[in-house]
Design a protein around this ligand. Structure first.
Ligand code: PRP
Ligand code: URA
Length: 209
């Protein structure tokens, strides 16, 4: 049974507090999201398998360990997920990147799909789906369903701030997917925004407030 993993390293929590502050502008917001994504990516890839390789140091031959052939794909949910790609890709430069475009209808709060471009061998990769906000869970559920329809069997979902309602819905719809987040907030407001949250992540990243 999968679960929500809270990654509450003090540096992540500290940076997230700066992001939550409404006085923090887009440039700092983007930089902090990038830094947190790298720190979270480090945790999320902790169990990647290693394999023995033979190399030669300047002194002698040795058998050392490297990450084995497991291929990764990072898939951001547009727009806000884009802000999390670089941080993870700096850790795993060979990871391929796919894109899923979803926006929440402002009235119904239901996700609407408008774009999908994934690596052709996505089904053979460990997929890290990224989106800073897990609110009602609708966007994550649809993105995960789409990935599974493309044959993906091994998917992790990484967000920054999650609402308990959304976490419960995603875990119910996709019990095989582990969720990683930097904070589990209190609740959703009448507009399905996370409280206390950080506002609209896409607008804060791209300055479209
Ligand atoms: C935000 C966020 C998630 C979604 C979360 O995107 O980045 O994708 O809302 O809400 P949910 O859990 O209730 O589905 P938004 O729809 O605002 O699109 P944007 O990133 O293009 O601004
Ligand atoms: N999307 C956001 O960007 N923020 C929220 O609080 C909820 C959905």
């Amino acid at each position: 049974m999968s679960q929500f993993h809270l990654i509450d390293h003090p540096l992540i929590t500290h940076k997230l507090t700066i992001m939550r502050n409404k006085k923090t502008g887009s440039k700092d917001f983007r930089e902090l999201l990038n830094e947190i994504s790298m720190l979270m990516g480090y945790e999320l890839t902790r169990d990647l398998p290693l394999q023995d390789v033979t190399i030669e140091t300047p002194i002698t031959k040795m058998t050392a360990k490297m990450v084995s052939g497991r291929k990764l794909a990072i898939v951001p949910i547009l727009r806000a997920g884009l802000g999390m790609v670089d941080g993870i890709q700096s850790l795993v430069p060979v990871a391929k990147v796919g894109h899923i475009g979803l926006y929440r209808d402002p009235e119904t709060h239901q996700p609407v799909e408008y774009y999908c471009k994934l690596p052709s061998d996505i089904q053979d990769r460990l997929v890290i789906l990224v989106d800073p906000m897990l609110a009602t869970g609708g966007s994550a559920i649809d993105a995960l369903t789409l990935l599974k329809n493309k044959g993906c069997k091994n998917i992790r979902f990484m967000c920054l701030v999650a609402a308990p309602e959304g976490v419960a819905k995603v875990l119910k719809a996709h019990p095989d997917v582990e969720i990683y987040g930097a904070a589990l907030d209190d609740h959703l407001n009448d507009h399905a925004y996370i409280v206390p949250g950080l506002g609209d992540a896409g607008d804060r990243i791209f300055g479209t407030l």
